[in-house]
Design a protein around this ligand. Sequence first.
Ligand code: ASP
Length: 411
Amino acid sequence: MSLTNRVMVALMLGIITGMIINQFQHPWVDVYIVKGAIEIISQIFMATLKVMVVPLVFVSLVTGTGSLKDIKKLGRIGAKTFICYTATTCLAIALALFFAELTNPGLGFNLTTPDAVELNHKMSVTQMLSSIFPSNPIESMAKGEMLQIIIFSILFGIGITMSKEKGDRVLSFFEDLNEVILNMVVYLIQFAPIGVFALLVKVFATQGLSAIIPMAKYFFTVLFVLFFHASIVYSGMLKIFAGLNPLTFIRKFKEVLVFAFSTASSNATIPLNLETVEHKMGVDKSVSSFVIPFGATINMDGTAIMQGVAVVFVAQAYGIPLGLSEYLMVILTATLASIGTAGVPAVGLVMLTMVFNQVGLPVEGIGLIIGVDRLLDMTRTCVNITGDAVVSCIVAKSENKLDINAYNNLN
Ligand code: ASP
């Protein structure tokens, strides 16, 4: 069975088992099963996700920033691409926060915050800004201070770009390390069905059927914002910034979407995406060969959307109020998280723990959304790679490197 199917089966079994336990409340079951075995499995699964965060953020950001010297080489194309990518990601999160505030997905839950969580959302903006800068990187990593780790990683990456051959050697070591860490994530994700089962039993055993509605609301809010971003924002961008017909784009892009949906991996979709934008849309190789792989690495609008909705959902589920400074923090961290998210399945969920940490939300909240994450992962990957292709068309057009006849040719 494929991982997706196994996760779906685990999701169903988890919900059914949790509801049965909830219906036939029994002290023995509660003590030994729900608070015993199920709790242990959930804790272990959450720990395996959390343990990957610091290495993943550090290594992937060093690798990402370290390879930015390509951007310097590419000059104007590099700068335009980078601006488009970060601007669309910020917009994507803002949309996610806005729509999630409208649908209030987490309101049906009534969960209490685990004692261990320190809520740092009470911090003032001044404290927040000064706390971003690390004085001791090891301490930042030990405490899981994500923004400090990010700043340090970016500095490290800048150091690499300035160090010529020596920098190249360090970069290639970090690229290898990145591969190793990503494979650790891929390995751990194989156990997701067990984790999903345990986490859902826990939620439904304690919350009963009422948990279904908020989860469904979360799921559909994410889907809606993904669809909105892909259809309205991207189409608008194509039309306004490049004067291109968005319907032509969609007709030519269908196969890439199907591929991204089934693999849930931006990286795996790079070859097909490249071939489509070059041969079907007429984007010159000099643009696409940089913009598409670069986008698969740093541009994750779909992932950022999921993270924005998840923040509102979990904050509401735990009754934690979010103010303007938290929202700004979410936009900042989720944009950085999107840069640090590798284009492979489920990494967005691991990076979500970083966003939660930073805004002071309980990481346990991920347990509420993990059950439906696989399907959302497949869908958000489609948005992630669509963004890359749209930006490649816009940048190519602005550089006179788009063959407009090829773009418009529907045969
Ligand atoms: N699966 C996504 C991608 O490859 C990343 C994520 O959100 O997990 O684009």
